[in-house]
Design a binder for this molecule. Structure first.
Ligand SMILES: NC(=O)c1ccc[n+]([C@@H]2O[C@H](COP(=O)([O-])OP(=O)(O)OC[C@H]3O[C@@H](n4cnc5c(N)ncnc54)[C@H](OP(=O)(O)O)[C@@H]3O)[C@@H](O)[C@H]2O)c1
Length: 318
């Protein structure tokens, strides 16, 4: 990489699952990474140590709503990426001041906290988190900054059947809905290329390599582990429709989940009822397969064949 192609990228939420994978990939590509975190805690110290081992020094920003101090942290950056824990309240509270700070710091490109469902192509009202993300998109579009939206499809850990993050295998709504799903390291690598790519200015990019259905995934799991008796629970469409309106707006009941129950069922509704996790026919959306045809993605069946992925450790027997 030449000095002129080396970019300065701030990642707000650098210690998170998307943030870590993105920081690692940006670092591998030779970019200068500013890893923004609220501070060292029991939850993120391993991640901060791992970033430091790569030569990425964290920038601590205790109050993400402090515009002046955030602007100082973002100063000198070409791109600011937000990959924070997202729920509707946090998106509405935290992202507008971060955008204002990026504007003051004269950051060239702003990448808002998306990294999930293609919210730009959804109408309002599908889910509370999506509505908050869509409202914020409007602010980003009006900000005068260059923008890029990254839509990676579903992360393997949540979208492939496994007993590491879930008590039992659970399917939802329409088993035939197709959706793309990718390993977090692929998401990090492709996101790093997307956010630093001049072709993606004022565009959304959809990752679309592994396109699957729930039925295929559960059949594949059972084929790979024929001796294991998986308990499979199905959540019907009517339950999703009810819980996306009446589920607890504050309680987080999913093992390993970070969004409240009502929001989680909004996500299930978009993915497994509307079949709209991803979108390629939005006019502003590019397909990552066209932009980066050289990238070889991990396949779902590879992850499902890995006992550590499916069962965690130690691996239980039959
Ligand atoms: N496509 C998918 O399947 C999928 C799955 C999950 C999430 N997502 C999306 O990906 C994006 C990033 O999510 P993620 O799962 O990577 O995030 P995450 O790991 O839950 O959190 C990222 C970072 O946010 C900070 N944080 C945590 N709680 C916070 C709070 N209350 N206030 C402010 N900062 C807080 C923490 O950093 P510090 O403590 O270091 O400050 C944390 O490491 C979100 O938009 C989410 O909706 C997509």
């Amino acid at each position: 990489m030449t000095d002129s192609s080396r970019q300065h990228i701030a990642v707000v939420g650098a210690t998170g699952q998307v943030g870590m994978a993105l920081c690692r990939a940006l670092n591998r590509l030779g970019h200068e990474v500013k890893a923004v975190s609220r501070g060292r805690s029991a939850n993120n110290r391993n991640q901060l140590d791992a970033l430091e081992a790569l030569g990425i020094s964290p920038v601590f920003q205790q109050n993400l709503k402090d515009i002046d101090s955030m602007a100082a942290a973002l100063s000198g950056c070409d791109v600011a990426v937000v990959a924070l824990r997202a729920n509707a309240r946090l998106v509405r509270e935290l992202e507008p001041p971060i955008l204002e700070a990026a504007r003051l710091a004269q950051v060239r490109r702003f990448v808002p906290d998306e990294f999930g469902t293609h919210t730009k192509a959804l109408e309002y009202g599908v889910g509370t988190l999506f509505d908050a993300k869509k409202e914020f998109q409007e602010q980003v579009f009006a900000s005068g900054l260059e923008w890029t939206l990254v839509f990676p499809g579903g992360i393997f850990d949540y979208f492939l059947p496994n007993l590491r993050l879930f008590e039992r295998i659970t399917t939802f709504g329409n088993l035939q809905c197709t959706f793309p799903t990718h390993a977090i390291e692929d998401i990090g690598t492709i996101s790093a290329r997307i956010v630093t790519d001049p072709r993606t200015a004022n565009k959304a990019v959809q990752m679309y390599a592994n396109v699957v259905t729930q039925e295929q995934l559960v059949n594949e799991l059972k084929r790979i582990w024929p001796d294991y008796d998986f308990e499979v629970e199905h959540v019907p469409t009517e339950t999703i429709l009810y819980l996306k309106e009446h589920g607890d707006p504050a309680r987080i009941s999913a093992k390993g989940g970070s969004e409240p129950d009502r929001e989680r069922h909004g996500i299930n509704y978009a993915t497994y009822v509307l079949c709209r996790l991803a979108c390629l026919d939005d006019l502003d959306t590019l397909n990552a397969n066209d932009l980066y045809p050289d990238h070889v993605y991990q396949k779902p069946e590879e992850a499902l064949a890995d006992p550590k992925f499916v069962f965690g450790e130690p691996r239980p027997t039959g």
